[in-house]
Design a binder for this molecule. Structure first.
Ligand code: SF4
Length: 360
């Protein structure tokens, strides 16, 4: 068995890049140093912050809740509240909600659960069904991500939080970087720093990522050592997203060339720096003409998705009251929906014709 490079006790972690082996005690010290360095370097928190920790009930977010709770004992004035968005994913989310309740009560941390069903009227499972019926071209993760971000910001503001801390680790961040390269979306890449989002809006709550420089395998070890890792659980929709493939590809690369993940993170930081100098990603933050939340467009993405799903209907009078830019956005989206619908009907008709011909 490998021995700790610092004290000779049995090692539980070996860095494949430096070859350094660490025992439990020295791993936890290394983990703590790494996260505190990120917090200091990017000035993630202020002394009297009310921090809403976005928790999914998975290992990364529970590790973050545990870590910040511990750190808060050294920072008088910090207040920690766990914020969990329950999307309504059957056979998955109910377990992670239970896990949050257990960990939060053990730690003595307040928690708030926000449910898609209560806030939007539908669970994610139902939304995915509606989207299929309406022939919308979006993957479940699109609805989940947009509505989750929307509700996190709204709820964090309502409970008076100054900042939202998320459990994204280095692996998550470079996966998102790769996915945005595939989409050629440099505005989103410019916003992938440890402090994200357009900050200049009175309703926008700043988001920070304290695990920005921590590998997923390190957050997993932290969760195991602190007793809240209960095996690897994957959301049933995960395999439908591009992230699934990108993640596999990056893990294979890291296996073959240790250190690749850190190099990609450095590449991302350089890209963000260059994009900031070009003013990309710093566009004006608008206010959604429908719900009043911060938005990159005259109508926010959450309201647009609700309209496309048919779960937000606007009367002709309400539509007429909206500013012209918002009206135009909605009208062109509805036209696109009608065109898509007509095409789908045509395709169904043709394939039915083919089926009938084939059965002859
Ligand atoms: Fe939501 Fe997709 Fe993550 Fe599942 S995998 S929780 S649907 S973003």
């Amino acid at each position: 068995m490998a021995k700790c490079s610092l004290c000779g006790r049995p090692a539980i972690y070996i860095s494949r890049i430096s070859g350094v082996a660490l025992c439990e005690k020295h791993f936890l010290e290394y983990f703590d140093r790494k996260v505190r360095r990120t917090i200091r370097k990017y000035k993630l928190f202020k002394p009297k912050d009310h921090i809403a920790v976005a928790v999914s009930g998975g290992k990364d977010s529970l590790s973050l809740l545990h870590y910040l709770h511990k750190l808060s004992r050294r920072v008088p004035g910090w207040k920690i509240t766990a914020l969990l968005v329950d999307e309504g994913i059957r056979g998955y989310r109910e377990y992670t909600v239970k896990r949050l309740e257990k960990v939060a009560s053990e730690l003595g941390v307040d928690y708030v659960v926000v449910r898609f069903k209560d806030e939007l009227g539908f669970t994610l499972d139902k939304i995915v069904k509606i989207a299929l019926e309406r022939g919308l071209p979006y993957k479940p993760c699109t609805f989940c991500g947009v509505f989750r971000r929307y509700l996190l910001n709204k709820k964090a503001r309502e409970i008076g939080a100054a900042v939202i801390a998320t459990g994204h680790n280095l692996d998550d961040i470079i996966q998102t970087y790769m996915m945005n390269i595939i989409d050629n979306d440099w505005t989103k890449i410019a916003r992938l720093g440890p402090v994200s989002g357009p900050a200049h809006h009175p309703r926008f709550v700043r988001k920070v990522k304290p695990f920005y420089e921590v590998l997923e395998k390190e957050t997993t070890i932290y969760a195991i050592l602190n007793g809240f890792y209960e095996g690897f659980e994957e959301c049933p929709y995960a395999r439908f997203g591009v992230r699934w493939t990108v993640r596999k590809m990056l893990n294979q690369l890291e296996e073959q060339y240790p250190g690749v993940k850190y190099s990609i993170l450095q590449s991302l930081l350089t890209a963000i720096d260059m994009l900031n100098k070009l003013g990309i990603g710093e566009g004006e933050v608008e206010t959604c003409a429908i719900c009043g939340e911060p938005s990159a467009h005259p109508v926010c993405r959450a309201c647009m998705l609700k309209i496309e799903l048919g779960i937000l209907e606007l009367s002709p009078e309400k539509l007429a009251q909206l500013p012209p830019s918002a009206r135009k956005m909605i009208e062109s989206s509805l036209k696109l929906y009608e065109r898509r619908n007509a095409q789908n009907k045509q395709t169904n008709k043709t394939s039915r014709g083919v089926d009938e011909a084939a059965s002859f």
